[in-house]
Write a protein that binds this ligand. Sequence first.
Ligand code: ADP
Ligand code: MG
Length: 314
Amino acid sequence: SRARSHMPQYPGLEQYQLLEKMGDGAFSVVYKAIDTHTQQYRAIKVVSKTRLTHTQRAAVLKEAAIMRQLDHENIVKMYAFLESDERYFIVLELVSGGELFHQIVRLTYFSEDLSRHVIVQVAHAVRHLHEVAGVVHRDIKPENLLYAPTDFVPSKKRVFRAGDDSSKEDEGEFIPGKGAGGIGVVKLADFGLSKIIWDNKTMTPCGTVGYTAPEIVKDERYSKSVDMWALGCVLYTVLCGFPPFYDESIEVLTHKVAKGQYTFLSPWWDDISTSAKDLVSKLLTVDPEKRLTIDEFLQHPWVTQDGTVPVVES
Ligand code: ADP
Ligand code: MG
Protein backbone atom coordinates (compact mmCIF):
# COMPACT_ATOMS: atom_id res chain seq x y z
CA SER A 1 0.00 0.00 0.00
CA ARG A 2 0.96 3.66 -0.20
CA ALA A 3 1.51 3.99 3.53
CA ARG A 4 3.85 1.00 3.50
CA SER A 5 6.04 2.44 0.81
CA HIS A 6 6.74 5.41 3.08
CA MET A 7 7.88 3.20 5.93
CA PRO A 8 11.61 2.99 6.56
CA GLN A 9 13.47 -0.27 5.92
CA TYR A 10 16.35 -0.63 8.32
CA PRO A 11 19.42 -2.81 7.82
CA GLY A 12 19.37 -5.47 10.49
CA LEU A 13 15.58 -5.55 10.61
CA GLU A 14 14.95 -7.50 7.38
CA GLN A 15 12.71 -10.04 9.12
CA TYR A 16 10.13 -7.38 9.85
CA GLN A 17 7.96 -5.17 7.68
CA LEU A 18 7.18 -1.86 9.37
CA LEU A 19 3.50 -0.96 8.88
CA GLU A 20 2.80 2.31 10.69
CA LYS A 21 4.16 4.63 13.34
CA MET A 22 2.50 4.11 16.73
CA GLY A 23 4.41 6.32 19.12
CA ASP A 24 7.15 8.89 19.36
CA GLY A 25 9.61 9.43 22.16
CA ALA A 26 12.61 11.65 22.72
CA PHE A 27 15.02 8.97 21.52
CA SER A 28 12.79 6.36 20.00
CA VAL A 29 10.02 5.71 17.50
CA VAL A 30 7.63 2.79 17.97
CA TYR A 31 6.24 1.09 14.86
CA LYS A 32 3.56 -1.47 14.29
CA ALA A 33 5.23 -4.25 12.31
CA ILE A 34 4.71 -7.75 11.00
CA ASP A 35 7.15 -10.60 11.41
CA THR A 36 7.43 -11.84 7.82
CA HIS A 37 8.58 -15.31 9.01
CA THR A 38 5.59 -15.98 11.27
CA GLN A 39 3.02 -13.40 10.05
CA GLN A 40 2.62 -12.20 13.65
CA TYR A 41 2.08 -8.55 14.47
CA ARG A 42 4.64 -6.85 16.68
CA ALA A 43 5.53 -3.42 18.02
CA ILE A 44 9.14 -2.42 17.39
CA LYS A 45 10.85 0.32 19.36
CA VAL A 46 13.59 1.78 17.16
CA VAL A 47 16.26 3.70 19.03
CA SER A 48 18.79 5.71 17.06
CA LYS A 49 22.28 5.23 18.53
CA THR A 50 23.82 8.32 16.99
CA ARG A 51 22.23 10.81 19.37
CA LEU A 52 22.89 8.73 22.48
CA THR A 53 25.68 9.12 25.01
CA HIS A 54 27.48 6.03 26.34
CA THR A 55 25.31 6.11 29.46
CA GLN A 56 22.14 6.32 27.40
CA ARG A 57 23.24 3.38 25.26
CA ALA A 58 23.89 1.39 28.41
CA ALA A 59 20.37 2.32 29.57
CA VAL A 60 18.82 0.85 26.41
CA LEU A 61 20.78 -2.38 26.92
CA LYS A 62 19.58 -2.45 30.53
CA GLU A 63 15.97 -1.87 29.45
CA ALA A 64 16.24 -4.91 27.15
CA ALA A 65 18.02 -7.03 29.76
CA ILE A 66 15.29 -6.33 32.33
CA MET A 67 12.44 -6.94 29.87
CA ARG A 68 13.98 -10.25 28.78
CA GLN A 69 13.50 -11.58 32.35
CA LEU A 70 9.84 -10.63 32.57
CA ASP A 71 7.00 -12.97 31.69
CA HIS A 72 3.62 -11.80 32.92
CA GLU A 73 0.17 -11.29 31.43
CA ASN A 74 0.12 -7.61 32.42
CA ILE A 75 3.62 -6.74 31.24
CA VAL A 76 4.47 -6.10 27.59
CA LYS A 77 6.56 -9.03 26.39
CA MET A 78 9.87 -8.54 24.63
CA TYR A 79 10.42 -11.05 21.83
CA ALA A 80 13.79 -9.98 20.51
CA PHE A 81 16.49 -7.37 20.81
CA LEU A 82 18.37 -6.56 17.60
CA GLU A 83 21.14 -4.13 16.88
CA SER A 84 22.75 -2.54 13.83
CA ASP A 85 25.58 -0.03 13.62
CA GLU A 86 23.15 2.86 13.89
CA ARG A 87 20.15 1.55 15.82
CA TYR A 88 18.72 -0.68 18.51
CA PHE A 89 15.50 -2.57 17.80
CA ILE A 90 13.33 -3.78 20.67
CA VAL A 91 10.75 -6.23 19.30
CA LEU A 92 7.68 -6.19 21.54
CA GLU A 93 4.27 -7.74 21.91
CA LEU A 94 1.80 -5.48 20.08
CA VAL A 95 -0.83 -4.05 22.41
CA SER A 96 -3.30 -2.82 19.88
CA GLY A 97 -5.51 -0.43 21.87
CA GLY A 98 -2.67 1.96 22.52
CA GLU A 99 -2.20 4.13 25.59
CA LEU A 100 -4.62 4.13 28.52
CA PHE A 101 -4.09 7.88 28.45
CA HIS A 102 -6.17 8.14 25.28
CA GLN A 103 -9.08 6.23 26.84
CA ILE A 104 -9.07 8.63 29.80
CA VAL A 105 -9.23 11.56 27.38
CA ARG A 106 -11.99 9.84 25.40
CA LEU A 107 -14.17 8.84 28.38
CA THR A 108 -13.26 11.86 30.60
CA TYR A 109 -13.08 9.56 33.63
CA PHE A 110 -13.76 5.93 34.51
CA SER A 111 -16.49 4.42 36.69
CA GLU A 112 -15.22 2.86 39.91
CA ASP A 113 -15.74 -0.61 38.43
CA LEU A 114 -13.74 0.23 35.30
CA SER A 115 -11.07 1.93 37.43
CA ARG A 116 -10.81 -1.24 39.51
CA HIS A 117 -10.66 -3.40 36.37
CA VAL A 118 -7.72 -1.32 35.16
CA ILE A 119 -5.79 -0.63 38.35
CA VAL A 120 -5.91 -4.23 39.60
CA GLN A 121 -4.20 -5.34 36.39
CA VAL A 122 -1.53 -2.68 36.82
CA ALA A 123 -1.13 -3.85 40.41
CA HIS A 124 -0.63 -7.45 39.28
CA ALA A 125 2.15 -6.23 36.98
CA VAL A 126 3.68 -4.29 39.88
CA ARG A 127 3.40 -7.28 42.24
CA HIS A 128 5.23 -9.41 39.69
CA LEU A 129 7.94 -6.76 39.34
CA HIS A 130 8.37 -6.13 43.06
CA GLU A 131 8.03 -9.61 44.45
CA VAL A 132 9.08 -11.99 41.72
CA ALA A 133 11.41 -10.15 39.37
CA GLY A 134 12.96 -7.70 41.84
CA VAL A 135 12.45 -4.77 39.53
CA VAL A 136 11.13 -1.26 40.13
CA HIS A 137 9.56 0.39 37.11
CA ARG A 138 9.90 4.05 38.17
CA ASP A 139 7.85 5.46 35.26
CA ILE A 140 4.29 4.20 35.77
CA LYS A 141 1.88 6.62 34.11
CA PRO A 142 -1.09 6.46 31.71
CA GLU A 143 1.21 6.89 28.67
CA ASN A 144 3.10 3.74 29.65
CA LEU A 145 -0.02 1.65 30.27
CA LEU A 146 -1.31 -0.03 27.13
CA TYR A 147 -4.52 -1.98 26.66
CA ALA A 148 -6.08 -4.56 24.41
CA PRO A 149 -9.48 -3.32 23.26
CA THR A 150 -12.50 -5.47 24.04
CA ASP A 151 -16.13 -5.50 25.00
CA PHE A 152 -15.39 -7.95 27.78
CA VAL A 153 -17.00 -7.03 31.11
CA PRO A 154 -15.11 -8.47 34.07
CA SER A 155 -17.22 -10.68 36.27
CA LYS A 156 -17.80 -10.30 39.98
CA LYS A 157 -15.95 -13.48 40.68
CA ARG A 158 -12.22 -13.76 40.73
CA VAL A 159 -10.59 -17.07 41.44
CA PHE A 160 -7.42 -17.17 43.47
CA ARG A 161 -5.30 -20.27 43.55
CA ALA A 162 -3.30 -21.01 46.66
CA GLY A 163 0.39 -20.36 46.12
CA ASP A 164 -0.25 -18.91 42.69
CA ASP A 165 1.02 -15.48 41.74
CA SER A 166 -1.77 -14.91 39.27
CA SER A 167 -5.47 -14.55 39.83
CA LYS A 168 -7.71 -15.89 37.15
CA GLU A 169 -10.62 -13.92 35.83
CA ASP A 170 -12.47 -16.51 33.89
CA GLU A 171 -16.09 -15.46 34.24
CA GLY A 172 -17.44 -12.44 32.48
CA GLU A 173 -19.63 -11.51 29.62
CA PHE A 174 -19.44 -9.74 26.32
CA ILE A 175 -21.83 -6.83 25.83
CA PRO A 176 -21.24 -5.40 22.36
CA GLY A 177 -20.78 -1.65 22.41
CA LYS A 178 -21.19 -1.50 26.15
CA GLY A 179 -17.94 -3.13 27.18
CA ALA A 180 -15.53 -2.21 29.92
CA GLY A 181 -14.90 1.18 28.34
CA GLY A 182 -13.39 -0.85 25.51
CA ILE A 183 -10.55 -1.80 27.84
CA GLY A 184 -9.61 -5.46 28.12
CA VAL A 185 -6.18 -6.61 29.24
CA VAL A 186 -3.95 -3.79 30.50
CA LYS A 187 -0.18 -4.06 30.13
CA LEU A 188 2.70 -2.11 31.62
CA ALA A 189 5.25 -0.88 29.05
CA ASP A 190 8.43 1.22 28.86
CA PHE A 191 11.15 -0.16 31.11
CA GLY A 192 13.55 2.63 30.11
CA LEU A 193 13.84 3.91 33.68
CA SER A 194 13.47 0.60 35.46
CA LYS A 195 16.00 -0.81 37.88
CA ILE A 196 16.78 -4.20 39.39
CA ILE A 197 16.66 -4.18 43.18
CA TRP A 198 16.87 -7.80 44.20
CA ASP A 199 19.05 -10.64 43.16
CA ASN A 200 16.84 -12.71 40.89
CA LYS A 201 18.03 -16.14 42.01
CA THR A 202 18.47 -15.81 45.75
CA MET A 203 15.58 -13.35 46.27
CA THR A 204 17.89 -11.30 48.47
CA PRO A 205 19.11 -7.75 47.94
CA CYS A 206 22.00 -7.50 45.51
CA GLY A 207 25.44 -7.66 47.08
CA THR A 208 26.38 -8.98 50.50
CA VAL A 209 23.42 -8.13 52.70
CA GLY A 210 25.29 -8.16 55.99
CA TYR A 211 27.65 -5.45 54.85
CA THR A 212 25.09 -3.24 53.12
CA ALA A 213 24.78 0.28 54.60
CA PRO A 214 21.38 1.35 55.99
CA GLU A 215 20.93 4.05 53.34
CA ILE A 216 21.38 1.45 50.58
CA VAL A 217 18.95 -0.98 52.17
CA LYS A 218 16.48 1.87 52.69
CA ASP A 219 16.98 3.07 49.13
CA GLU A 220 15.91 -0.32 47.87
CA ARG A 221 12.85 -0.27 50.09
CA TYR A 222 11.95 3.25 49.05
CA SER A 223 12.43 2.47 45.40
CA LYS A 224 9.48 0.06 45.47
CA SER A 225 7.38 2.74 47.09
CA VAL A 226 7.88 5.10 44.14
CA ASP A 227 5.82 2.70 42.03
CA MET A 228 3.10 2.72 44.71
CA TRP A 229 2.97 6.53 44.65
CA ALA A 230 2.64 6.40 40.87
CA LEU A 231 -0.11 3.78 41.21
CA GLY A 232 -1.93 6.25 43.47
CA CYS A 233 -1.55 9.00 40.87
CA VAL A 234 -2.92 6.71 38.14
CA LEU A 235 -5.85 5.62 40.34
CA TYR A 236 -6.68 9.24 41.21
CA THR A 237 -6.51 10.18 37.52
CA VAL A 238 -8.72 7.39 36.17
CA LEU A 239 -11.35 8.05 38.87
CA CYS A 240 -11.76 11.78 38.19
CA GLY A 241 -10.08 12.49 34.85
CA PHE A 242 -7.30 14.80 35.98
CA PRO A 243 -4.05 14.19 37.87
CA PRO A 244 -3.67 14.78 41.64
CA PHE A 245 -0.76 17.18 41.24
CA TYR A 246 -0.62 19.82 38.58
CA ASP A 247 0.71 23.33 38.16
CA GLU A 248 1.99 25.30 35.19
CA SER A 249 5.03 26.26 37.24
CA ILE A 250 7.42 23.36 37.76
CA GLU A 251 8.59 24.93 41.04
CA VAL A 252 5.06 25.10 42.43
CA LEU A 253 4.32 21.57 41.18
CA THR A 254 7.47 20.23 42.84
CA HIS A 255 6.46 21.90 46.10
CA LYS A 256 2.95 20.42 45.96
CA VAL A 257 4.31 16.91 45.34
CA ALA A 258 6.91 17.23 48.08
CA LYS A 259 4.21 18.25 50.57
CA GLY A 260 1.64 15.81 49.18
CA GLN A 261 -0.76 18.70 48.55
CA TYR A 262 -3.72 17.34 46.62
CA THR A 263 -7.47 17.52 47.25
CA PHE A 264 -10.55 15.50 46.34
CA LEU A 265 -11.87 18.40 44.32
CA SER A 266 -15.60 19.12 44.36
CA PRO A 267 -17.79 18.46 42.40
CA TRP A 268 -15.70 15.83 40.59
CA TRP A 269 -15.03 13.71 43.66
CA ASP A 270 -18.46 14.18 45.31
CA ASP A 271 -19.92 10.87 44.11
CA ILE A 272 -16.78 8.77 44.48
CA SER A 273 -16.87 6.27 47.36
CA THR A 274 -15.08 6.95 50.65
CA SER A 275 -13.39 3.58 50.19
CA ALA A 276 -11.80 4.73 46.91
CA LYS A 277 -10.68 7.98 48.56
CA ASP A 278 -9.23 6.03 51.48
CA LEU A 279 -7.20 3.89 49.08
CA VAL A 280 -5.94 6.91 47.11
CA SER A 281 -4.91 8.68 50.31
CA LYS A 282 -3.02 5.62 51.55
CA LEU A 283 -1.04 5.56 48.29
CA LEU A 284 -0.48 9.32 48.11
CA THR A 285 1.19 9.29 51.52
CA VAL A 286 4.36 11.39 51.64
CA ASP A 287 6.23 9.12 54.08
CA PRO A 288 7.31 6.12 51.93
CA GLU A 289 7.41 3.91 55.03
CA LYS A 290 3.72 4.56 55.71
CA ARG A 291 2.64 4.22 52.08
CA LEU A 292 0.84 1.00 51.11
CA THR A 293 2.95 -1.84 49.72
CA ILE A 294 1.66 -3.77 46.72
CA ASP A 295 0.31 -6.56 48.95
CA GLU A 296 -1.50 -4.08 51.20
CA PHE A 297 -2.95 -2.44 48.10
CA LEU A 298 -4.30 -5.75 46.82
CA GLN A 299 -5.91 -6.43 50.21
CA HIS A 300 -7.66 -3.04 50.48
CA PRO A 301 -11.48 -3.30 50.69
CA TRP A 302 -11.98 -1.15 47.58
CA VAL A 303 -9.86 -3.59 45.59
CA THR A 304 -11.41 -6.77 46.99
CA GLN A 305 -15.01 -5.51 47.30
CA ASP A 306 -16.06 -6.55 43.80
CA GLY A 307 -17.86 -9.49 45.27
CA THR A 308 -14.57 -11.29 45.53
CA VAL A 309 -15.02 -14.22 47.80
CA PRO A 310 -11.44 -15.41 47.58
CA VAL A 311 -12.09 -18.95 46.45
CA VAL A 312 -9.02 -20.94 47.29
CA GLU A 313 -8.60 -23.94 45.05
CA SER A 314 -6.23 -26.57 46.28
P1 ADP B 1 9.56 6.09 25.41
O1 ADP B 1 10.75 5.67 26.21
O2 ADP B 1 9.90 6.90 24.21
O3 ADP B 1 8.46 6.70 26.26
P2 ADP B 1 7.79 3.79 25.15
O4 ADP B 1 8.29 2.40 25.32
O5 ADP B 1 6.96 4.37 26.25
O6 ADP B 1 9.02 4.72 24.78
O7 ADP B 1 6.95 3.87 23.79
C1 ADP B 1 6.44 5.11 23.33
C2 ADP B 1 4.99 4.96 22.91
O8 ADP B 1 4.89 3.98 21.87
C3 ADP B 1 4.06 4.43 24.01
O9 ADP B 1 3.63 5.46 24.87
C4 ADP B 1 2.94 3.83 23.17
O10 ADP B 1 2.10 4.83 22.66
C5 ADP B 1 3.69 3.22 22.00
N1 ADP B 1 4.05 1.81 22.30
C6 ADP B 1 5.16 1.38 22.93
N2 ADP B 1 5.19 0.05 23.05
C7 ADP B 1 4.07 -0.40 22.46
C8 ADP B 1 3.49 -1.72 22.25
N3 ADP B 1 4.12 -2.82 22.68
N4 ADP B 1 2.30 -1.81 21.61
C9 ADP B 1 1.67 -0.68 21.20
N5 ADP B 1 2.15 0.57 21.35
C10 ADP B 1 3.33 0.72 21.98
MG1 MG C 1 7.05 5.95 27.57
